[in-house]
Design a protein around this ligand. Structure first.
Ligand code: CA
Length: 207
């Protein structure tokens, strides 16, 4: 029995599914997820790793979160506990700015010339008046399709998957994108090769 217990502890970490198949009759269930750690240049909020618990992540100033902002410890295959997603990473911001209403125009870096590779640009637009929402429309838009993306979200929690309104790539864009709150965030991510002209966008606060 001692031997079995040791084997269980080891296998839950490395090969949980294999173990399930081999030793399916054992009823000992794990109710704890492994320590998810903290992202470099960021931190984790929450230290409960038990089943059903959720922990959140945030990045230091001047870094932008990639991945899930919060993950939940879930039951997997009846006896195992695992996080709903990987720990996110914090990438250093390379460009972008905070903008305020009533309106204006901004562009991707170097526009109308090619934007940089490995860019992580973040813009947050805030309407001066709390009752207003943000609306944006693109005058020009072209990103390397499938590899460079502009993610647009509602509110000020940059990168939070729950707030994403659109993920744009290539050259197709909707006519108008409107937030639900008085803030909107835009996150440009480019990969290590091949660029394009990027975008020029007009924004304004509207009732
Ligand atoms: Ca690219």
């Amino acid at each position: 029995m001692q031997h079995l217990r040791l084997a269980f502890g080891f296998l839950t970490v490395t090969k949980p599914i294999l173990f399930m198949l081999n030793e399916g009759g054992i009823k000992q269930a794990s109710n704890l997820c492994p320590d998810p750690g903290e992202p470099e240049n960021g931190k984790r909020i929450g230290s409960d790793f038990s089943l059903g618990a959720t922990v959140q992540f945030s990045c230091d100033e001047d870094y932008v979160l990639q991945g899930s902002k919060s993950i939940t410890c879930q039951r997997i295959a009846e006896v195992f506990a695992a996080w709903s997603d990987h720990r996110p990473v914090c990438k250093v911001k390379t460009c972008g700015s905070n903008l305020q209403g009533p309106g204006g125009t901004f562009t991707s870096p170097n526009f109308p010339f090619q934007y940089d590779s490995n860019a992580q640009c973040v813009w947050v637009i805030t309407a001066i008046n709390n009752n207003k929402v943000i609306q944006i429309n693109f005058e020009e838009f072209d990103l390397e399709i499938g590899y460079d993306t502009l993610t647009i979200g509602d509110g000020g929690e940059v990168g939070d998957p729950k707030t994403v309104l659109q993920v744009l790539t290539g050259s197709f864009v909707p006519d108008l994108i409107v937030s639900m709150s008085n803030q909107m965030w835009l996150h440009l991510q480019t990969d290590e090769s091949v660029g394009s002209i990027g975008f020029k966008v007009n924004y304004k606060g509207s009732f």
